[in-house]
Design a protein. Structure first.
Length: 593
């Protein structure tokens, strides 16, 4: 890959994304590299279950099914492929791809990156007193998986050795994009600003169409939802790049659609910590460079840390969720009473059998705005009642499952629409995140008979207290000499929210720079804490990104456990930004909107 520009297209934002994306990018995207991101934290739990049932599984079989019919085109066009589809079984994924390429009659070099699986080190981690990196919780008793986040350099080594397809297990999402840039442009570990820019390119395209108009605040302005264009990062050797999409596809690429994705699922924008570089996004600029083309510059890099983040999952009882409709007058009130009665009946029965109470229970009338808590508006005449519960005993939730339907005859009128029959009882796998020295990791590359050495992992100690304060255009919002008025935040900002374990983030971008002072004055840490008091239990912090006139908020202990451990309807904070965009903001009476 010796080009001055590389076009990298991402065909998957999660395991289960549309099967049409890869063909769109291969046939219409004029790309050099095709990448896929499959491994959301909740996905690892699903793959662990699959491997437990069948040791040959544990990877994303959709990837193999998607790539197989495209193998001849990929070979003919010289398109390389990188995917973290290996899940918890990268070697199994490589074997399946090798079989598929043989069946298609295509000679492809396929590599697997190994070394993220730390299950052999679990007892040593426990003996060392390893704590959860956010909550400080003790090491779990029954671990089901332990995977370190790897970076881009091992993938780049496989590409440099001639691999046509590289599959990995747990790696940071952006690494699948950064790796081809390292291999193609010869970047080294010292090219920190270039690595930061390449990582930002990966971060922007890793969630597929979220960067090209999907999940966008101004959704009504986005054309062509039926043929959304998947993102392409058109990257240069100096690290700068343009974000775009295949010509003639639906969607929208603008500074605001790209900016929303930049803020998605980040923490402190001064230190977006990745295995290969610590990124500073505070000075990033986004410029419209043509129709559906946004120029991205300004990410800066610091040396990577000497620690690797590890995601550990452990068994923590069981969960079940029921969902059915209640209609008619006072539907919300009927739903809440029905849900309360369901829990009361079961608690009485549990006590009689000597069983403990539910570990957690959540009753939400969806349609009556229960997720909004005290900010809910007028009630609806039709709602979906969701009752989610967790319990240490599977038998207790099997009883819950059997006792859902009887409520239709013993509680409120107009109960109907039971979805999926009896609720399914599922084991709960919770996430435990920690740090381990990179020296404890042994990364290997599997290219069959061709030996390929994996690069050594390195880094330096990192202290977030040493990060410089953000300076920029942050004027005070005190010009109300001509009077004031109040508007909802959505008139002043775009917003996007996401999750990391049990934490959420909300990113806000001022629609115009002159709006930012008034947004900052109204949307403080205290204001956000009050707005989400019914949902958030931990600390809330605010960060500034002057380059994009943006703010980022992190909300700890915000998702009821997060992912598959949560029994809330919104277990990943996807609606949090939309909820915050209703917050009132005081502005000068004569400020034009």
């Amino acid at each position: 890959m010796s080009k001055s520009t590389l076009r990298i297209g991402c065909a998957s934002g999660f395991w289960g994304d549309t099967e049409f994306a890869a063909a769109q990018l291969v046939e219409r995207g004029e790309i050099d590299v095709l990448v896929f991101d499959y491994l959301a934290e909740i996905t690892m739990s699903l793959l662990i279950r699959a491997r437990a049932k069948d040791p040959t599984q544990g990877y994303a079989p959709d990837f193999v099914a998607t790539i197989r019919p495209l193998m001849k085109q990929l070979k003919a066009r010289g398109i390389r492929v990188v995917a973290n589809a290996g899940g918890v079984n990268p070697s199994g994924c490589r074997a399946a791809l090798m079989a598929a390429s043989e069946a298609e009659g295509v000679d492809l070099k396929i590599a697997a990156v190994l070394g993220d699986d730390l299950m052999p080190q679990v007892e040593a981690l426990r003996a060392a007193g390893t704590k959860e990196m956010f909550s400080g919780a003790a090491f779990p008793a029954k671990v089901t998986s332990a995977n370190a986040y790897l970076g881009a350099f091992p993938i780049a080594a496989a590409l440099a050795a001639g691999a046509d397809i590289v599959v990995t297990g747990r790696c940071v999402d952006s690494a699948v994009t950064l790796a081809p840039l390292i291999a193609g442009f010869g970047w080294t570990a010292d090219d920190l600003d270039k690595l930061a820019q390449g990582s930002l390119a990966g971060h922007l395209i890793e969630c597929g169409t979220q960067a090209t108009g999907g999940n966008y605040t101004d959704w009504a302005s986005v054309p062509g939802w039926d043929d959304m264009g998947f993102p392409i990062a058109e990257c240069r050797a100096d690290g700068s790049f343009v974000l775009t999409k295949p010509a003639g596809t639906g969607g929208l690429v603008s500074p605001s659609t790209v900016g929303e994705q930049m803020l998605y699922e980040i923490g402190d924008p001064r230190a977006y910590i990745l295995p290969d570089v610590v990124c500073d996004f505070t000075g990033v600029t986004l410029t419209q460079a043509g129709p559906d083309r946004v120029e991205v510059k300004g990410a800066r890099g610091r040396p990577p840390t000497d620690q690797a983040k590890v995601s550990i999952t452990y068994a923590d009882g069981f969960r079940a969720m029921s969902l059915f409709m209640i209609g008619g007058i006072d539907a919300g009130a009927k739903a809440r009473r029905t849900g309360a009665a369901m829990l009361a009946r079961l608690r009485r029965e549990f006590a009689g059998r000597g069983w403990p109470d539910f570990t957690e229970a959540s009753v939400e009338a969806i349609g009556a705005e229960d997720t909004y808590g005290p900010h809910a508006r007028a009630a609806s005449r039709e709602v979906m009642l969701k009752v989610g519960v967790r319990h240490p005993l599977k038998d207790a939730l099997e009883l819950f499952s059997r006792e859902v339907a009887p409520m239709a005859l013993m509680s409120a009128p107009a109960i109907t629409g039971f979805t999926g029959g009896r609720p399914k009882v599922q084991p709960v796998l919770r996430l435990f995140s920690c740090l381990v020295p990179k020296s404890k990791l042994t990364v290997m590359l599997d290219m069959g008979a061709q030996p390929v050495a994996a690069p050594a992992l390195a880094g330096v100690s990192f202290d977030p207290a040493t990060l410089p304060a953000v300076e920029g255009p942050l004027p005070a919002a005190d010009d109300f000499a001509r009077g004031s008025r109040t508007v909802p935040l959505v008139q002043l900002a775009w917003g996007r929210s996401g999750d990391k374990g049990d934490s959420a983030n909300i990113g806000l971008i001022a629609r115009r720079p002159e709006f930012l002072p008034f947004i900052r004055a109204a949307i403080t840490e205290e204001a956000v804490a009050g707005w989400f008091a019914h949902l958030v239990r931990g600390e809330i912090r605010r960060y500034d990104l002057p380059g994009t006139h943006a703010l980022n908020f992190t909300l700890q202990e915000a998702l009821g456990g997060g992912g598959i451990a949560s029994v809330r309807m919104d277990s990943q904070g996807k609606a949090y930004a939309q909820m915050l965009l209703d917050h009132p903001v005081t502005i000068p009476a004569d400020l034009a909107l």
